[in-house]
Write a protein that binds this ligand. Structure first.
Ligand code: 2AM
Length: 184
C-alpha cells in the first residue's frame, strides 16, 4: 500500500559502463560484506529523508531550475568508515560538483527541507560490512557527469531499490555559478 511519504535523495546516477567497470573491480577484490547492488550505485548530492509525497512536484521543479555544466569526476581513492563501509571518492573535489551541491542544498533549505548538517563528502558506496580494507587498492575511474536525478529509496522483498523520480541534464556551455556560502 503506498504511504504518504517518500524517502528521497538527489544523486548522480552512475553511468552503465562505469557501473560495470566499478563492479568488476570491486568484486575482484573479494572483500565479502554486502556489496551495493549495481543498479543502486550513486553519489548522493543531498539526502532529504522522509518527505510528503505531495511535495514531489515542488521538488522536481526545484531541480529543474538548477543550471550547471557537465564535468568529469575522478574516483581515485578508496575510503572507509565504520562497520566495514567502503566507498570510492575523489582525491580532489571538482569545483563544478561543489557548486552543484551548494546550489541544490541552498534551494532545498530555502524550501524548508531539513538537511544533514555534516559537511558534504563526495563518495560512492561500494560495500557495507566489508571484512577487510585493502591497503594496495589503486582505483582510477573517470566519470563523465552529465545529469543528476531524484530517487526514492524503497525497501522491497528483494532488498533496497532506488526508484528514479526524475533526472535533469547538466548543460554544456554553462559556467558553474558559485553562490556565497557554498561548500568547497
Ligand atoms: P550513501 O551514503 O552511500 O551516499 C538512500 O538512503 C541513500 O542516501 C543511502 O544509500 C545513502 O547513500 C544516502 N544517504 C546520505 N545521507 C544519509 C543519511 N543521513 N541517512 C541515510 N542515508 C543517507
Amino acid at each position: 500500500m503506498p504511504t504518504d511519504t517518500l524517502r528521497l535523495f538527489f544523486a548522480l546516477p552512475c553511468p552503465a559502463e562505469l557501473t560495470t567497470a566499478i563492479c568488476t573491480w570491486r568484486d575482484g577484490l573479494a572483500l565479502g560484506g554486502k556489496p551495493v547492488a549495481a543498479d543502486n550505485l550513486h553519489l548522493t548530492l543531498a539526502f532529504l529523508g522522509q518527505q510528503p509525497r505531495a511535495r514531489l512536484e515542488e521538488l522536481q521543479l526545484l531541480a529543474a531550475g538548477i543550471e550547471a555544466p557537465p564535468f568529469e569526476l575522478h574516483l581515485d581513492r578508496l575510503g572507509g568508515g565504520r562497520r566495514g563501509l567502503l566507498w570510492l571518492e575523489p582525491s580532489r573535489m571538482p569545483e563544478p560538483l561543489s557548486v552543484l551541491v551548494g546550489d541544490l542544498q541552498q534551494r532545498l533549505l530555502a524550501a524548508g527541507v531539513t538537511l544533514d548538517t555534516r559537511p558534504f563528502r563526495a563518495h560512492l558506496t561500494l560495500i557495507r560490512h566489508a571484512g577487510a580494507r585493502p591497503a594496495e587498492a589503486a582505483p582510477d575511474f573517470a566519470w563523465p557527469v552529465e545529469r543528476f536525478a531524484l530517487y526514492a529509496s524503497e525497501t522491497t522483498a528483494r532488498g533496497v531499490r532506488h526508484r528514479e523520480l526524475g533526472n535533469w541534464p547538466l548543460e554544456p556551455g554553462l559556467q558553474p555559478l558559485r553562490r556565497p556560502g557554498t561548500p568547497r
